[in-house]
Structure formats: structure tokens, C-alpha cells
Design a protein around this ligand. Structure first.
Ligand SMILES: [Zn+2]
Length: 62
């Protein structure tokens, strides 16, 4: 899957399911700290959403 496709589908009901990871993840928009993120193993993408609804992500996450 292309990364742009991944983002395009990130709000779909059909989006791939990730693994929840506990940690400290800072929102890339408002710098709010979030306690968990979702890791998509196949796409190697770590994604999290802050309480304001901003979506942050890291591509090629280990
Ligand atoms: Zn935010």
C-alpha cells in the first residue's frame, strides 16, 4: 500500500488495524502529549491522535 493511500484511508472503517503501543507521543500539531499510539507493522507507520483530533504519524518507524 502506498503511504498516500494509507493516509487517505486512515479515517475509513476499512482502514488496517494496528497494534496499540503505550508511551509518550507528542502531537505534531499542538504538542499535546498522548499516552498511546497505533503501530501498523506492514506499513511501518506509527500513528496517534491527540484529544483535539490532530493525527500525527511517523513513517518507517521500527
Ligand atoms: Zn494536537
Amino acid at each position: 500500500m502506498e503511504f498516500s493511500d494509507f493516509l487517505a484511508h486512515s479515517s475509513d472503517a476499512e482502514r488496517p488495524k494496528g497494534t496499540i503501543i503505550d508511551g509518550a507521543f507528542v502531537c505534531q500539531t499542538c504538542n499535546e502529549q498522548c499516552g498511546e499510539a497505533e503501530y501498523f507493522m506492514i506499513e511501518k507507520i506509527l500513528k496517534w491522535t491527540c484529544s483535539e483530533g490532530h493525527v500525527s504519524y511517523i513513517k518507517d518507524f521500527l
